[in-house]
Design a protein around this ligand. Structure first.
Ligand SMILES: *[C@@H]1O[C@H](CO)[C@@H](O)[C@H](O)[C@H]1NC(C)=O
Ligand SMILES: *[C@@H]1O[C@H](CO)[C@@H](O)[C@H](O)[C@H]1NC(C)=O
Ligand SMILES: *[C@@H]1O[C@H](CO)[C@@H](O)[C@H](O)[C@H]1NC(C)=O
Ligand SMILES: *[C@@H]1O[C@H](CO)[C@@H](O)[C@H](O)[C@H]1NC(C)=O
Ligand SMILES: *[C@@H]1O[C@H](CO)[C@@H](O)[C@H](O)[C@H]1NC(C)=O
Ligand SMILES: *[C@@H]1O[C@H](CO)[C@@H](O)[C@H](O)[C@H]1NC(C)=O
Ligand SMILES: *[C@@H]1O[C@H](CO)[C@@H](O)[C@H](O)[C@H]1NC(C)=O
Ligand SMILES: *[C@@H]1O[C@H](CO)[C@@H](O)[C@H](O)[C@H]1NC(C)=O
Ligand SMILES: *[C@@H]1O[C@H](CO)[C@@H](O)[C@H](O)[C@H]1NC(C)=O
Ligand SMILES: *[C@@H]1O[C@H](CO)[C@@H](O)[C@H](O)[C@H]1NC(C)=O
Ligand SMILES: *[C@@H]1O[C@H](CO)[C@@H](O)[C@H](O)[C@H]1NC(C)=O
Ligand SMILES: *[C@@H]1O[C@H](CO)[C@@H](O)[C@H](O)[C@H]1NC(C)=O
Length: 838
């Protein structure tokens, strides 16, 4: 479904209250007749099949329009204050553009000051006439048309510019599909009094015309984020002496930031992040004494940054210099004039291996990101005690040493987000602040048990990543009290049984590569939201439990390298969403359950219907939560982190599974890798194997398969890895096909098999010199390229929607939402950010 039509429909008309007072004290307020007539015209124009506007009408009984559904009047003047149809469930405006052609009724609301059609669902087919009609209402001061789609009229838009309301001061045309002609149009509008212009999320490209700054000299806010605007900040911006807010996040600005920026003395908020801006940060920036936010992250700034860049920024609260090539050179005892709330120096060259001393002075800072900044210091109480308001701390990807246990009192006062992953921290993990929401201690040298989990009384923790440490002991059994969503304890030395409480509310559970023993606890069966269960590389035993079939949202089930035995239970067939099924290297026996694998919807289909929005949401949630996945792919272990290419694979290798391979396995169109090697499988390779259109890797080696290699195998154009060795296959390898391109070893150990690349069959002509097509040499190229995209298109839909509420909440946190801004598509950003900010 179109996301726009999903968007909430909101029409708000606010009418000024300059009408004569109708109701004196004690009198019932009545709506104004002229406005009532206008609203009736409005009703006539819209399609309303479900009669949502039934309370609206010309009948005597309905004369009080202030009581109509969605209408809110001023209780002093009776004039309509709001027309709010967003809460009417059956949107009456689905007939495209109907409202748009005729807005007469609007001009009857002659004192209209503020018009907000923003993000409404009927805006898809707005036409020029609507645009003109709205903008020419002479009283209008503020117009919000965000997410209306004017993309089809950008060529004619400027015709009407000269009749625009001269009193217009706020114009929001963000997300309106505008191209660079909008700049031309703006030049010709009669309104020169504009104070705020928002053209973000359009397709503006090329440079901003220089005259811009000469026309709108009263401009206080200019928002041009998320377009493709090139060039630099035009010279004429020197004239914008009232400009307070310049936001050009995510464009294609390349020219250096001009020196004159320092003369724009009103500037409070400057955001030029995510642009390929080169050159230095001009020293004049330091003269902007009213500046509260300076954001230039992910630009290509270079050169030195010293005290003079920041020396007069007395009002600065937000400083984001992350991911540039700036080299810091501050004197040791520099005392900045500002007290920041937010400081992000990730990826910066801090000019030395220590925590910068000036950061100690920032006693008000609540968000601090010094990740990937080549810090080799010790994490010590002095540093943390100087930052008592710290809520979010990211020190990951440095060489920081020290012990958390020495700091527990100073570190954990207000902290709700702590990421110290990829450092050299050591010691045991102490009890931590119970308000923590995200805790990432992975990739350090912590040892000892994790009894802190129960002692800390976490009740908001949604991410706990302790992977890649030297932790040991039994897993505590208090997980029912902890709302963890993502839990990773991978690559430690935990032993003992998996506690029954584990899994409670967890969506992704990584326990792989430990020494856990015993059976899978039945408590996991209660958690039907689980979408990743990875217990590979332990010493678990028992049967694969029947309740596994209750985990209907599982996408990845990995029990590789354990001691599970017995049959593969038919209940596994209920895992219709499964995309990675890895049961390899256990002691499983019996047959592959029949009429089962065809149930695996995502493996059975070549393409699943997944929209870009879901892909982006996945990408985003993955980035935020740092979910990882370890898979066996073409015989090697691969760990995927942020770019998680998704594999659709089944691996049952190295068990003692017997019987035929069910025919339906050969119909899994979406499967990319199938490994059934090292079992006791018998029977033929199904001649209909050509249905496996996505297959890139097929390993049937070391079984007792017999019969001929089906010709169908030759049609699988993506097949890059094949191993049929050590079976009882016979007959001639289908000739003149890609099967000749594989090394002879993939057919070895089949006494009856003959023909190129094996010795020729009895009675055949001697084989010509072979033409190896280099498939094996290109193996690595195959390995990642062809399915990286696909991963994003196929992963965890249930998860995304289940988690989205959570992520939405998290986005309210300003540091996170800013840092991950770029991972959202335009629509998500607008819904989440602007809906809350406006
Ligand atoms: C209008 O009515 C509401 C609710 O009865 C009341 O809270 C509000 O103060 C009134 N406003 C004025 C301006 O009288
Ligand atoms: C009208 O209401 C019915 C039942 O509530 C609903 O199924 C239908 O989609 C609605 N139609 C429109 C156009 O909203
Ligand atoms: C605006 O321009 C159009 C064509 O350029 C013209 O027809 C119209 O009269 C102008 N309106 C005003 C108010 O100047
Ligand atoms: C802007 O208006 C001027 C005259 O008022 C006209 O010559 C010019 O063509 C207009 N520009 C655009 C882009 O319409
Ligand atoms: C500022 O505006 C004036 C006219 O309004 C113009 O003459 C001057 O060139 C402008 N300055 C810049 C730097 O564009
Ligand atoms: C960005 O600008 C450069 C020239 O400065 C241009 O070559 C490139 O195509 C632009 N990129 C986009 C995405 O518009
Ligand atoms: C840092 O700045 C001082 C002057 O303030 C200068 O002497 C020194 O060379 C600079 N250091 C580096 C590494 O550039
Ligand atoms: C620190 O923040 C508090 C509350 O946000 C504020 O009242 C106080 O003035 C700030 N202190 C400094 C030195 O900026
Ligand atoms: C990191 O810091 C060390 C000294 O602590 C230095 O030798 C090394 O060059 C730095 N690396 C980078 C990438 O700046
Ligand atoms: C599942 O949860 C219910 C209540 O939430 C509990 O009574 C039951 O024991 C749980 N089952 C298992 C196997 O833990
Ligand atoms: C695995 O568990 C079995 C008992 O189930 C035990 O005998 C064996 O020593 C364990 N192996 C390891 C490596 O811990
Ligand atoms: C899946 O397989 C099971 C067992 O063979 C079968 O009962 C069930 O109907 C199949 N379909 C679904 C959607 O689970």
């Amino acid at each position: 479904m179109d996301t726009k039509s999903l968007s909430m429909f909101v029409v708000v008309v606010v009418v000024s209250s300059i009408y004569n007072l109708k109701g004196g004290s004690g009198e019932v307020i009545q709506c104004i007749e002229r406005e009532r007539q206008a609203l009736l015209i409005f009703k006539q124009q819209v399609l309303d099949p479900n009669n949502s506007l039934s309370s609206w009408g010309s009948e005597e009984s309905k004369s009080e329009c202030c009581e109509w559904r969605g209408v809110v009047c001023s209780n002093t003047t009776g004039s309509v204050m709001r027309l709010d149809l967003g809460r009417i469930p059956n949107r009456p405006f689905d007939r495209n553009g109907l409202l748009i052609h005729n807005l007469d009724w609007l001009s009857d609301l002659s004192s209209l000051l503020v018009l907000d059609f923003g993000s409404s669902s009927f805006t898809q087919s707005l036409e020029t006439i609507m645009f003109r009609n709205i903008l020419t209402i002479s009283s209008l001061k503020e117009v919000y048309l965000r997410d209306c789609d004017f993309s089809r009229e950008t060529s004619s838009i400027d015709i009407y510019a000269n009749s625009t309301s001269a009193s217009l001061s706020v114009l929001d045309l963000s997300g309106a599909g505008l191209t660079s002609s909008a700049f031309r149009w703006l030049f010709n509008i009669s309104a020169t009094s504009l104070v705020s212009i928002d053209l973000s999320f359009n397709q503006l490209d090329g440079p901003i015309p220089d005259a811009f700054g000469q026309k709108f000299v009263f401009l206080e806010q200019l928002q041009l984020s998320y377009s493709r605007i090139g060039g630099g900040i035009p010279r004429s911006f020197q004239n914008l002496t009232s400009l307070k807010f310049l936001r050009m996040y995510n464009n294609n600005l390349t020219e250096p930031i001009p020196e004159f920026i320092g003369t724009m003395a009103s500037m409070e908020h400057l955001d030029l992040s995510h642009n390929p801006i080169t050159g230095p940060l001009p020293q004049s920036v330091g003269e902007l004494s009213k500046l509260e936010a300076l954001r230039v992250s992910f630009d290509s700034l270079e050169g030195e940054i010293s005290e003079s860049h920041l020396s007069n920024l007395r009002s600065l609260k937000i400083l984001d210099l992350s991911y540039n090539s700036l080299i810091f050179n501050f004197t040791h005892d520099w005392n900045p004039p500002f007290h920041l709330d937010y400081l992000n120096l990730a990826g910066c060259n801090l000019g030395g291996p220590r925590f910068p001393t000036w950061v100690y002075t920032q006693s008000n800072v609540s968000d601090l990101d010094l990740s990937a900044a080549n810090i080799s210091d010790e994490l010590h109480a002095g540093f943390l005690d100087s930052l008592p308001r710290l809520g979010s701390l990211n020190l990951s990807h440095n060489h920081i040493s020290g012990r958390l246990v020495d700091l527990s009192s100073s570190l954990f006062r207000n902290i709700y987000e702590l990421d110290v992953s990829f450092n050299d921290l050591t010691g045991i993990i102490p009890s931590l602040q119970s308000k923590l929401m995200r805790l990432n201690l992975s990739n350090n040298k912590f040892h000892g048990t994790i009894s802190f989990v129960c002692k800390s009384n976490f009740d908001k923790l949604y991410l706990l990543d302790l992977s890649n440490n030297q932790l040991s002991g039994k897993l505590p059994n208090c997980w029912e009290n902890i709302s963890t969503t993502i839990l990773s304890l991978s690559n430690n030395s935990f032993s003992g049984e998996i506690p029954n409480s584990l899994g409670f509310g967890i969506l992704a559970l990584y326990l792989d590569n430990n020494n856990l023993s015993g059976e899978l606890p039945s408590g996991l069966s209660n958690n039907t939201d689980l979408f990743i269960l990875d217990v590979g590389g332990n010493n678990l035993t028992g049967n694969i439990p029947k309740w596994i079939g209750e985990l209907g949202n599982l996408i990845n089930l990995n029990i590789r390298e354990n001691n599970f035995f017995g049959n593969i239970p038919p209940e596994i067939c209920y895992l219709t969403e499964i995309q990675v099924l890895d049961l390899s290297r256990n002691n499983l026996s019996g047959r592959i359950p029949p009429h089962c694998f065809k149930n695996f919807t995502y493996l059975a289909q070549k393409r699943s219907e997944i929209t870009k929005r879901k892909v982006l949401l996945y990408n985003f949630s993955n980035f935020l939560l740092q979910t990882r996945i370890v898979v066996q792919w073409k015989g090697q272990e691969h760990e995927y982190s942020n770019t998680l290419p998704f594999l659709r694979l089944i691996d049952l290798s190295s068990n003692t599974i017997e019987g035929n391979i069910p025919a339906e396995v050969f119909k899994l169109e979406g499967l990319r890798s199938l490994n059934l090697s090292r079992n006791h499988l018998t029977g033929n390779i199904n001649p209909e194997i050509q249905a496996m259109l996505s297959l890139e890797s097929l390993d049937f080696s070391k079984n007792q398969l017999y019969g001929e290699i089906p010709v169908g195998l030759t049609t699988l154009s993506s097949l890059g890895v094949l191993d049929l060795s050590d079976n009882n296959l016979s007959g001639k390898i289908p000739s003149g096909t890609q099967l000749q391109g594989f090394n002879a070893s993939v057919y070895a150990g089949n006494v009856g098999l003959c023909g190129d690349p094996l010795p020729s069959c009895p009675g055949d002509e001697p084989r010509p010199p072979s033409h190896h097509n280099g498939k094996l040499d290109n193996d690595e190229a195959y390995t990642n390229q062809s399915f990286i995209q696909e991963f994003f298109i196929s992963m965890m839909l249930g998860f995304i929607f289940g988690l989205w509420g959570l992520i939405g909440t998290l986005l309210l946190n300003k540091s996170w939402r800013y840092a991950y801004f770029n991972f959202l598509d335009r629509i998500c950003v607008r819904r989440l950010f602007f809906a809350r900010e406006h």
